[in-house]
Design a protein around this ligand. Structure first.
Ligand code: PEP
Ligand code: MG
Length: 604
């Protein structure tokens, strides 16, 4: 029996998996800042010099961290460049010097003042996810300089070798990439959602993470033993023996189950009654190809090309884009590779792209709209894709956020012009490269029959389709309870898009998060989805369930649930079906089962 009581706190499950370990609280940003006035011109000059030296030291620290990042995460090193850029940004650098010179304040206070101003600017962008991650970067960069000025060491995250669970108020993406996958067992942060860059980095490194845990730093002390359940968002501080035993068993169960099913992940995605679909991977960077192949990807169903454009000081040129796409195509050949054109805007912005003052960025100039607005950027990318298509003739081109025919017509016209230009210059390209549209807004579903006549395939982006059909911001934690993939309205829209696609003889994929959720396999199969594209680590579980499903049974199931009236009714039916057909999958992963079982076992 334990003589202390455990404490369970909840946040948002941001990266799946279970971590059990000692807490390593990071007090980033909580440094006492002295406040004094400088007397005499020499004192001002000395303080300016001290500030400039601190900036230089912070820059060389960041450079050293960049060099130490393991090669497989090199792509994320660009995030550190953002911090370096912030240090030299006039709003921080020039402003701090101005405060020192004009107001004769000490350097720490000058930095605090300019940071505050920069953060106010980002805050004025409302609830924007991009602004939140930029504030995290500004905080991280500022924190580093202030610590240097205060003579304190910044905790270099890559120096934490003790195997521990990092607990922080916030962790910028630049912080997250310094974490060592081996020694960082888990991550708990006080703020942030599951769509933040930090969550994306944590997921890609396979580190369980829970974000949005209020007062985590106050409740968790150094060396506390904590359990992090990155799927349910549960964090247990100083767990009881029973809780510890329970989660340790769960960790073993998950590991054993994954090991066992991974043995079969290279078998084709074919149902028990012979219906063949395709199981493909979503990637953000070429480094993920290894994970995609290892987990049995039958192609790349979504390459989110915008990540190559983000966290850069300037627009990448055609040559570097061409090399990226060419390498991807060659490495995956003969399997297909779906390159989605730039899906920037809303929460995904870059330094080189003009920041627009939009009241509703999710409804603003994003994605295909942004590309058709900045045509030269679009053309550069398209030219690179077309040239790369000659490598292995396996590239498919996909346009995001299509809302109507005009966007398809205009994009097609641009592609045709570029093809003509390449032909004139005798530059090879794949003349038969498939041209597809993402179905992400209700208007695209409503006119899917017409769109289907103009494209070679559909790919349903359920993340956005859910956001735009139910009318909720997908990264807003306050309306997260409404984010229901099994909402009857969402299922009906998916069905309508699939039926329209098939009527016109084109295949229909799903590349939103729904495709990577094993619980939804029977529904998506029954809706007659041809291709499932997902986070590479989800592939073995989804493929396993596809192979064990009967298409006939899934179709019967969908005929029944499509007539149901509420998401809850459908969720219950899905749970029952999965529990009955795949009890071990349900037992190992279902979050409610975990929570209920824990409550029963620990009596909490
Ligand atoms: C989607 O919206 O479902 C999708 C796959 O695109 P993203 O998540 O990149 O917006
Ligand atoms: Mg989308």
């Amino acid at each position: 029996m334990n003589d202390h009581s455990s404490l369970t706190i909840r946040g948002i499950g941001a990266a799946p998996g279970i971590a059990i370990g000692k807490a390593f609280p990071l007090e980033l940003g909580h440094i006492p800042v002295p406040h004094y006035r400088l007397f005499g011109d020499q004192a001002v000059l000395d303080e300016c010099k001290r500030f400039e030296e601190a900036i230089a030291e912070a820059e060389s620290d960041l450079e050293a961290i960049k060099r130490s990042i393991k090669s497989e995460f090199k792509d994320h090193a660009r995030l550190l460049e953002v911090q370096q850029m912030i240090l030299r940004d006039p709003s921080i650098y020039d402003e701090s010097l101005r405060h020192i010179k004009e107001e004769r304040t000490n350097a720490q206070l000058a930095v605090i003042k300019s940071l505050r101003r920069a953060k106010e600017l980002f805050n004025s962008l409302n609830n924007d996810e991009y602004a939140k991650s930029r504030i995290a970067d500004v905080n991280a960069a500022g924190d580093r300089v202030i610590r240097i000025l205060a003579g304190q060491n910044h905790t270099n995250l890559q120096d934490i070798h003790e195997r521990s669970v990092i607990v922080a108020h916030d962790l910028s993406p630049a912080d997250a990439i310094q974490l060592q996958a081996g020694s960082t067992l888990g991550i708990v942060t006080e703020i942030g959602g599951s769509f933040s860059h930090t969550s994306i980095v944590a997921r890609s490194m396979g580190i369980p993470a829970v974000t949005g845990v209020e007062k985590a730093l106050r409740l968790i002390s150094s060396n506390d033993l904590i359990i992090v359940d990155g799927r349910t968002g549960i964090v247990i501080i100083n767990p009881s023996e029973a809780e510890l035993q329970f989660y340790a068993n769960r960790q073993d169960e998950i590991e054993t189950y994954l090991k066992q099913i991974s043995k079969h992940s290279h078998l084709p995605a074919q149902t028990s009654d012979g219906h063949r679909v395709s199981a493909e991977a979503n990637i953000e960077a070429l480094e993920e190809i290894v994970a995609a192949k290892d987990n049995g990807a039958e192609g790349i169903g979504l390459y989110r090309t915008e990540f190559f454009f983000m966290n850069r000081m300037e627009l990448p040129d055609e040559e570097s884009l061409y090399r990226d796409y060419h390498d991807l195509a060659e490495l995956m050949a003969p399997s297909p590779v779906t390159i989605r054109t730039l899906d920037l805007g809303a929460e995904k912005l870059t330094a080189w792209c003009p920041m627009l003052e939009e009241a509703n960025p999710a409804l603003g100039l994003r994605s295909i709209r942004l590309c058709l607005h900045y045509k030269e950027v679009f053309k550069t990318q398209l030219r690179a894709i077309l040239r790369a298509s000659a490598a292995a003739h396996n590239i498919r081109l996909m346009l995001p956020l299509i809302s109507g025919m005009d966007e398809i017509y205009e994009a097609r016209r641009i592609v045709r012009d570029l093809q003509a230009e390449l032909s004139r210059k005798r530059i090879p390209f794949d003349k038969d490269m498939p041209f597809g549209a993402m179905i992400e807004v209700p208007s695209a579903v409503a006119m899917a029959d017409l769109l289907a006549q103009e494209v070679d395939f559909f790919s349903i982006g359920t993340n956005d389709l859910i956001q735009y059909s139910i009318g909720i911001d997908r990264s807003n934690e306050h309306v997260a309870y409404l984010y229901k993939p099994l909402h009857p309205g969402v299922l009906r829209l998916i069905k309508q898009a699939v039926d329209a696609g098939h009527e016109a003889g084109i295949p229909v994929a799903v590349c939103g998060e729904m495709a990577g959720e094993p619980l939804y396999v029977p529904i998506l199969l029954g809706l007659k989805i041809d291709s499932f594209s997902m986070n590479p680590v989800a592939l073995p579980r989804v493929k396993n369930l596809i192979r064990r499903s009967s298409m006939k049974e899934c179709c019967r199931f969908v005929n029944k649930v499509i007539r149901m009236r509420t998401a809850q009714e459908i969720e219950e039916s899905v749970s029952k079906l999965v529990m009955r057909k795949f009890p071990e999958e349900f037992r190992v992963f279902d979050p409610n089962w975990t929570a209920n079982a824990t409550a029963k076992k620990s009596g909490s």
